[in-house]
Design a protein around this ligand. Sequence first.
Ligand code: GLU
Length: 391
Amino acid sequence: MSSSLHSPPMQSTQVDRRQLLSRVKRIVVKVGSSTISENFAIDYKYLNSLVDDLAAVKKTGKEVILVTSGAIAVGIGHLGLRRRPETLPGLQAAAAIGQSRLMHAYETRFQRYNQLAAMLLLTQEDFNSRQRYIHISDTLRTLLQFGVIPIINENDTVAVEEIKVGDNDTLAAHVTNLADADILIILSDRDGFYTADPRKHPNAELIDIVSSITEEVKHAAGSAGTVDGTGGMITKLRAAEIVTGSGEMMVLANGSTPSVVNRILSGEKIGTLFLPQARMSGRKRWIAYSRPPQGLLFVDNGARDALVHGGKSLLPSGLCRVDGDFEYGDTVSCLDANEHEFARGLVNYNTQEISQIMGKRTGEIEKILGHHYYDEVIHRDNLVLMQKGKT
Ligand code: GLU
């Protein structure tokens, strides 16, 4: 398998990193718990060097946003526990203790550079609501205008399963979209993305450039998954799908490389660079990626072609099956006859209504439902085509 991983389009040697990265103005950097902490305590040496690196980037006139994990790990240490609590309130309590310590450490080091930092704690709910999403993006933009470095984590003290993003790789990808940043740099304990898990496969090779996230790439991530923290390669690839699918770049690199962020931005060949696909507007990004789809619409070939090639809306007549439990305005996935997802959109009818009108003509909607608010199940303006090789 690994040999074919080396051939295009997964790896391309044509890319001029220096030129591509010279355009970057706004950067999101993500650092994981296992990088920023050690034995349930802040690794000050590492944290200080990261802050020095980010402050230097900021000095060059670029804008920096940091997404940092570590609240739970640091809280565990302060509580004198030896392992992660097993209960959710235990984890939430640890996060409440650790988050302020973590923030204090960052602020203290940034003060050396007269650099203000600000803290934002988010959950999945902030990305679900379009209104909240826009408000947070306004706040971020204002902080950046003030020259502040926003420091973001999941709001672990309130985040229960249903409202959690769950891992900071995905959170950082959402933040990249929300902030309209040009690049996400994920710092981990790996040198980048490999053809297979390097700990199990000594012949595994570091991939320089991923130009498209194909099934083959996903397979490599599956076999390269780690058990460290909540992340691992799968969530990193998921982050890459969100960021590159929206039209921006992502780099996955080893956080322990000295001045890693500055060096990546100057075009040095460090880590794996995931290349951007076509750029999506902010609203389309939000539809495509900010919240998990609540249902599935199975679309026939004719309707699929009309959506993909004809720029049309999805009508009830093009539907063969519906799955899930969704309401008006929710996000759903559109699947083709091979059950591959090719689009996502906001629905005008709920599951029950769609199960009654699917396969029918638009003129029949009123007779069946007793109302007819929309001709379309998904209007074109609320539909996003997912790019080939994407989720
Ligand atoms: N938000 C969690 C923390 O700060 C970590 C989640 C993650 O590392 O993905 O402890």
